[in-house]
Design a protein around this ligand. Sequence first.
Ligand code: ATP
Length: 357
Amino acid sequence: MKIDPLNASSFALSATQIAKSFGDTEVLRNIHLDLAPGEVVALLGPSGCGKTTLLRIAAGLLTASAGQMQIAGKCVVDGRGVNTPPEGRGIGMVFQDYAIWPHLSVLENVAFPLRMRKLGRSARETRARRALDRVGLAHLAERFPGTLSGGQQQRVALARAIVAEPPLVLFDEPLSNLDRELREGLALEIGTLLRELGLSAIYVTHDQSEAFTIADRVAVMLGGEIAQIDTPERLFASPDSVDVAQFLNIGALIDGHVCSTQGFTCSRNSLKLPDLALSAQEGPARILIPRTAIRLASDGALTAQVLRCQFQGDRYLLHLGLDGDSTRLVCPTDRPAALNSRIPLAIDADRLRVFPH
Ligand SMILES: Nc1ncnc2c1ncn2[C@@H]1O[C@H](COP(=O)(O)OP(=O)(O)OP(=O)(O)O)[C@@H](O)[C@H]1O
C-alpha cells in the first residue's frame, strides 16, 4: 500500500519561513518546523537564541513578522494579518511559573479549559479527576494551589494542559524552577504521559538531558535559526556543523589538516592520527573526537596524561591532555586513574567527524 507523505494539513504543527524582529533586531529567521501527530519536539539552545519567541508565536502570544503556521490543519499565522488568538488555537500550555489560579481549587484549575469549551459540570469534573489521576494528584483535588509544593503545582498545570486532549501542548521551560532530582523525575513522567496520550508537543528547554529525555526529535536553535533537527541519537552521531557539536559538547574539536597519506595532522603538527581511514576530502579541517570514540586500551594509538579524575557517582570522567598538544579530551571509565599518570588511548575512527574549513 502506498503511504501518502504528510501534507501541511496533517501535521500537528507546520511552520514555514517564520521570522520575527523586534524593531531592527532580527530574533528569528527562516524557521521551518513540522510536527507529526503524536510527535514531541524539543527546542534546545542557549539563552537568547529565540526558543521562547518561537513558542510564543505558536501560542499566539506574539505576532510573527513573516511566515505561515498551521495547527492541526488550521491556518493560525499567514504573515498577511491572520494571527489567531491563543484561545482560538485549542492548544494546551505549561509555563515555568505554573500560571495556575490561587483562588481556584486544584480540581477547578484543571477543569477550567473544559469550562471554556462549555462542557457540563459533571463531564468537566469526571475529566478533570481523570487528568489529575494521570499526573498522580487525584488525592489533592480539593486543595488550593498555595498549599502545594512546586512539583505538585507543576503537575496541576500539566493536568490542566492535557485535560482537553488538545492537538498540541506547548511547554516553556516548565521544570526550570524545580530542583534537579525533581526535574529528572518529572521530565521522565511528562515524556511517558505525552506518549501514552499520543499528544503532540513542543518543549522549550536549555537543558540537554531534559530535551533528550522528553523529545522524539530535538531542534538545536542557534542565533535565531534551527541549526539542526534530528533524533537525539543522530544529533550526537552526526552533528551537521561545528557549532552544533560545540553546543552539544559532544567531544574535542581540533583544527588541522586532512591528507590522504598521513590521515589527520593537527596544525602544529604535534598530533597525528595517521591510521584513521578518514573519508573526508583533503585540506584544512576541524576534527571532532566524540567522548564515545575514546577508550582506554593497552594497544591504543595515542598516549594521554590524566589531568583530573572526576567521580560522578556511577562512573569516573577522566580529563586528559594529549601528548604534545594542548587538546583536552574527556573519557568516561568505570575505574579511577591516578593523577598525572600516562594512559594509552584507542580511538574509534568510525565515530570521528571531519568538518572541512
Ligand atoms: N519583547 C521583546 N523586545 C525586544 N527584544 C526581545 C523581546 N523579547 C525577546 N527579545 C530578544 O529576543 C532574543 C530571543 O529571546 P528569547 O526569549 O526567545 O530567547 P530564549 O532562547 O528563549 O532565551 P532564554 O533561554 O534565556 O529564555 C533575545 O535577544 C531577547 O533579548
